[in-house]
Write a protein that binds this ligand. Structure first.
Ligand code: RB5
Length: 239
Protein backbone atom coordinates (compact mmCIF):
# COMPACT_ATOMS: atom_id res chain seq x y z
CA UNK A 1 0.00 0.00 0.00
CA UNK A 2 1.37 3.47 -0.88
CA UNK A 3 1.82 6.14 1.79
CA UNK A 4 -1.04 8.09 0.25
CA UNK A 5 -3.44 5.13 0.48
CA UNK A 6 -2.25 4.33 3.97
CA UNK A 7 -2.80 7.94 5.12
CA UNK A 8 -6.28 7.96 3.53
CA UNK A 9 -7.09 4.72 5.35
CA UNK A 10 -6.10 6.32 8.70
CA UNK A 11 -8.09 9.47 7.93
CA UNK A 12 -11.12 7.34 7.06
CA UNK A 13 -10.79 5.52 10.39
CA UNK A 14 -10.60 8.72 12.42
CA UNK A 15 -13.42 10.47 10.53
CA UNK A 16 -15.48 7.28 10.28
CA UNK A 17 -15.86 7.64 6.53
CA UNK A 18 -15.18 5.36 3.57
CA UNK A 19 -11.62 5.63 2.14
CA UNK A 20 -13.21 5.58 -1.35
CA UNK A 21 -14.79 8.94 -0.66
CA UNK A 22 -11.53 10.64 0.38
CA UNK A 23 -9.17 12.21 -2.19
CA UNK A 24 -5.78 13.92 -1.78
CA UNK A 25 -7.30 17.31 -2.73
CA UNK A 26 -10.03 17.16 -0.08
CA UNK A 27 -10.05 19.93 2.54
CA UNK A 28 -10.66 18.52 6.00
CA UNK A 29 -13.15 21.14 7.10
CA UNK A 30 -14.94 22.12 3.86
CA UNK A 31 -15.01 18.75 2.09
CA UNK A 32 -14.84 16.15 4.84
CA UNK A 33 -16.75 18.00 7.57
CA UNK A 34 -13.92 17.52 10.08
CA UNK A 35 -13.66 19.63 13.23
CA UNK A 36 -10.41 21.11 14.60
CA UNK A 37 -10.52 18.38 17.23
CA UNK A 38 -10.75 15.71 14.49
CA UNK A 39 -7.66 17.19 12.80
CA UNK A 40 -5.66 17.13 16.04
CA UNK A 41 -6.80 13.54 16.72
CA UNK A 42 -5.84 12.59 13.21
CA UNK A 43 -2.36 14.12 13.44
CA UNK A 44 -1.76 12.27 16.71
CA UNK A 45 -2.87 9.02 15.04
CA UNK A 46 -0.52 9.67 12.11
CA UNK A 47 2.40 10.53 14.43
CA UNK A 48 1.81 7.33 16.36
CA UNK A 49 1.37 5.14 13.25
CA UNK A 50 4.53 6.40 11.53
CA UNK A 51 6.52 7.05 14.73
CA UNK A 52 7.06 10.62 13.51
CA UNK A 53 7.54 12.37 16.83
CA UNK A 54 5.58 15.51 17.66
CA UNK A 55 4.59 17.69 14.69
CA UNK A 56 5.84 21.28 15.09
CA UNK A 57 3.05 23.87 15.54
CA UNK A 58 3.89 25.73 12.33
CA UNK A 59 3.59 22.49 10.29
CA UNK A 60 0.34 21.64 12.10
CA UNK A 61 -1.20 24.99 11.23
CA UNK A 62 -0.48 24.48 7.52
CA UNK A 63 -2.52 21.27 7.36
CA UNK A 64 -5.70 21.93 5.40
CA UNK A 65 -6.02 18.99 3.01
CA UNK A 66 -5.49 15.25 2.89
CA UNK A 67 -2.52 15.90 0.57
CA UNK A 68 -0.95 18.11 3.24
CA UNK A 69 -0.90 15.15 5.65
CA UNK A 70 0.61 12.89 2.98
CA UNK A 71 3.24 15.61 2.37
CA UNK A 72 3.93 15.85 6.10
CA UNK A 73 4.57 12.10 6.31
CA UNK A 74 6.83 12.22 3.25
CA UNK A 75 8.81 15.20 4.46
CA UNK A 76 9.51 13.68 7.87
CA UNK A 77 10.31 10.24 6.51
CA UNK A 78 12.66 11.33 3.70
CA UNK A 79 16.14 11.22 5.21
CA UNK A 80 17.29 14.82 5.38
CA UNK A 81 14.52 15.74 2.92
CA UNK A 82 17.14 15.62 0.19
CA UNK A 83 16.06 15.76 -3.43
CA UNK A 84 17.27 12.75 -5.30
CA UNK A 85 16.36 9.90 -7.54
CA UNK A 86 14.46 7.57 -5.25
CA UNK A 87 14.83 3.86 -4.63
CA UNK A 88 12.06 1.76 -6.16
CA UNK A 89 10.19 1.40 -2.84
CA UNK A 90 10.01 5.13 -2.02
CA UNK A 91 6.97 7.25 -2.88
CA UNK A 92 8.24 10.12 -4.98
CA UNK A 93 6.91 13.54 -5.89
CA UNK A 94 7.28 12.94 -9.63
CA UNK A 95 7.56 9.96 -11.99
CA UNK A 96 8.97 11.20 -15.31
CA UNK A 97 9.49 9.58 -18.71
CA UNK A 98 9.75 10.62 -22.34
CA UNK A 99 10.24 9.20 -25.79
CA UNK A 100 13.33 9.89 -27.94
CA UNK A 101 11.99 13.33 -28.93
CA UNK A 102 11.69 14.38 -25.29
CA UNK A 103 14.89 12.95 -23.88
CA UNK A 104 16.83 16.24 -23.74
CA UNK A 105 14.01 18.17 -22.14
CA UNK A 106 13.62 15.29 -19.66
CA UNK A 107 17.33 15.51 -18.74
CA UNK A 108 16.98 19.26 -18.19
CA UNK A 109 13.91 18.80 -16.01
CA UNK A 110 15.55 16.04 -13.95
CA UNK A 111 18.51 18.35 -13.23
CA UNK A 112 16.02 21.03 -12.19
CA UNK A 113 14.09 18.60 -9.94
CA UNK A 114 17.33 18.03 -8.04
CA UNK A 115 18.00 21.76 -7.68
CA UNK A 116 14.36 22.48 -6.80
CA UNK A 117 14.10 19.68 -4.23
CA UNK A 118 11.54 17.37 -5.84
CA UNK A 119 12.08 13.66 -5.37
CA UNK A 120 11.60 11.75 -8.60
CA UNK A 121 12.01 8.52 -10.47
CA UNK A 122 13.19 8.67 -14.09
CA UNK A 123 11.50 5.81 -15.94
CA UNK A 124 13.45 6.32 -19.15
CA UNK A 125 14.47 6.01 -21.80
CA UNK A 126 18.14 6.42 -20.90
CA UNK A 127 19.29 6.90 -24.49
CA UNK A 128 17.97 8.62 -27.57
CA UNK A 129 17.15 5.60 -29.79
CA UNK A 130 13.66 5.67 -31.29
CA UNK A 131 11.02 4.26 -28.93
CA UNK A 132 7.21 4.08 -28.82
CA UNK A 133 5.77 6.65 -26.44
CA UNK A 134 2.79 4.52 -25.21
CA UNK A 135 5.23 2.22 -23.41
CA UNK A 136 6.63 5.11 -21.38
CA UNK A 137 3.22 6.72 -20.83
CA UNK A 138 2.12 3.41 -19.31
CA UNK A 139 5.14 3.26 -16.96
CA UNK A 140 4.43 6.71 -15.51
CA UNK A 141 0.65 6.24 -15.42
CA UNK A 142 1.04 3.01 -13.46
CA UNK A 143 3.26 4.68 -10.85
CA UNK A 144 0.78 7.53 -10.39
CA UNK A 145 -2.39 5.46 -10.09
CA UNK A 146 -0.71 3.02 -7.71
CA UNK A 147 0.28 5.93 -5.46
CA UNK A 148 4.02 5.30 -5.86
CA UNK A 149 4.37 8.79 -7.35
CA UNK A 150 2.27 11.81 -6.42
CA UNK A 151 2.28 13.14 -10.01
CA UNK A 152 3.63 12.23 -13.43
CA UNK A 153 5.43 14.16 -16.15
CA UNK A 154 5.50 12.83 -19.72
CA UNK A 155 7.33 14.37 -22.66
CA UNK A 156 7.22 13.56 -26.36
CA UNK A 157 7.64 15.76 -29.44
CA UNK A 158 4.29 17.49 -29.08
CA UNK A 159 3.04 15.98 -25.82
CA UNK A 160 -0.04 14.85 -27.74
CA UNK A 161 0.80 11.15 -28.07
CA UNK A 162 1.77 10.94 -24.41
CA UNK A 163 -1.45 12.61 -23.28
CA UNK A 164 -3.66 10.40 -25.43
CA UNK A 165 -1.88 7.27 -24.20
CA UNK A 166 -1.77 8.25 -20.49
CA UNK A 167 -5.46 9.13 -20.46
CA UNK A 168 -6.31 5.56 -21.48
CA UNK A 169 -5.15 4.39 -18.04
CA UNK A 170 -7.92 4.30 -15.45
CA UNK A 171 -7.39 6.94 -12.77
CA UNK A 172 -5.13 9.14 -14.89
CA UNK A 173 -6.11 12.70 -15.69
CA UNK A 174 -3.31 13.86 -17.98
CA UNK A 175 -3.14 17.49 -19.12
CA UNK A 176 -1.12 18.68 -22.11
CA UNK A 177 0.05 22.23 -21.48
CA UNK A 178 2.51 24.70 -22.93
CA UNK A 179 2.23 27.53 -20.40
CA UNK A 180 1.84 27.76 -16.60
CA UNK A 181 -1.72 29.12 -16.46
CA UNK A 182 -3.05 25.90 -17.98
CA UNK A 183 -0.80 23.86 -15.67
CA UNK A 184 -2.32 25.65 -12.68
CA UNK A 185 -5.92 25.32 -13.87
CA UNK A 186 -5.39 21.66 -14.70
CA UNK A 187 -4.72 21.13 -10.99
CA UNK A 188 -7.32 23.57 -9.62
CA UNK A 189 -10.26 22.53 -11.78
CA UNK A 190 -9.42 19.08 -13.16
CA UNK A 191 -7.32 17.53 -10.38
CA UNK A 192 -4.93 16.46 -13.15
CA UNK A 193 -2.29 14.04 -11.95
CA UNK A 194 -0.07 13.81 -15.04
CA UNK A 195 1.47 16.73 -16.92
CA UNK A 196 2.34 16.28 -20.61
CA UNK A 197 4.81 18.54 -22.37
CA UNK A 198 5.92 18.89 -25.99
CA UNK A 199 9.69 19.11 -26.41
CA UNK A 200 9.23 20.48 -29.94
CA UNK A 201 6.86 23.13 -28.61
CA UNK A 202 8.41 24.58 -25.43
CA UNK A 203 11.91 25.06 -24.01
CA UNK A 204 13.52 24.21 -20.68
CA UNK A 205 12.47 27.32 -18.77
CA UNK A 206 8.84 27.17 -19.82
CA UNK A 207 8.75 23.46 -18.95
CA UNK A 208 10.12 24.24 -15.48
CA UNK A 209 7.51 26.95 -14.95
CA UNK A 210 4.74 24.55 -15.98
CA UNK A 211 5.97 21.80 -13.64
CA UNK A 212 6.44 24.27 -10.77
CA UNK A 213 2.84 25.43 -11.07
CA UNK A 214 1.55 21.89 -11.54
CA UNK A 215 3.31 20.61 -8.44
CA UNK A 216 2.37 23.49 -6.14
CA UNK A 217 -1.30 24.06 -7.04
CA UNK A 218 -4.05 22.28 -5.13
CA UNK A 219 -7.29 20.95 -6.51
CA UNK A 220 -10.19 23.21 -5.55
CA UNK A 221 -13.55 21.48 -5.29
CA UNK A 222 -15.31 24.83 -5.92
CA UNK A 223 -17.49 26.75 -3.46
CA UNK A 224 -20.50 24.70 -4.59
CA UNK A 225 -18.46 21.54 -5.28
CA UNK A 226 -18.77 21.94 -9.05
CA UNK A 227 -15.17 20.99 -9.90
CA UNK A 228 -15.39 17.90 -7.70
CA UNK A 229 -18.70 16.92 -9.33
CA UNK A 230 -17.16 17.29 -12.80
CA UNK A 231 -14.11 15.22 -11.88
CA UNK A 232 -16.44 12.57 -10.48
CA UNK A 233 -18.34 12.61 -13.77
CA UNK A 234 -15.04 12.03 -15.60
CA UNK A 235 -14.40 9.10 -13.25
CA UNK A 236 -17.88 7.76 -14.03
CA UNK A 237 -16.92 7.60 -17.71
CA UNK A 238 -14.16 5.13 -16.79
CA UNK A 239 -16.52 2.45 -15.50
C1 RB5 B 1 7.98 11.15 -32.53
O1 RB5 B 1 8.51 11.50 -33.76
C2 RB5 B 1 6.69 11.92 -32.27
O2 RB5 B 1 5.67 11.41 -33.07
C3 RB5 B 1 6.31 11.81 -30.81
O3 RB5 B 1 7.35 12.30 -30.04
C4 RB5 B 1 5.09 12.59 -30.36
O4 RB5 B 1 5.17 13.94 -30.76
C5 RB5 B 1 3.78 12.01 -30.65
O5 RB5 B 1 2.73 12.53 -30.27
Amino acid sequence: MSTQDDVIRLIAEVLEQSPDEISPGDHFIEDLGASSFDIVTLVMRIEQHYALGETPDDALQKIATVGDVVGLVHSVRQVGGEASEASSSQVVDIAIASDHAGIELKAGLVAWFRRRGFTYVDLGPAQGASVDYPEFASLVATRVVSGDAERGVLICGTGIGMSIAANKVRGVRAALVSEPVSAELARQHNDANVLCLGARVIGDMMAERCVERFMTTRFEAGDDGRHRRRVQRIQALES
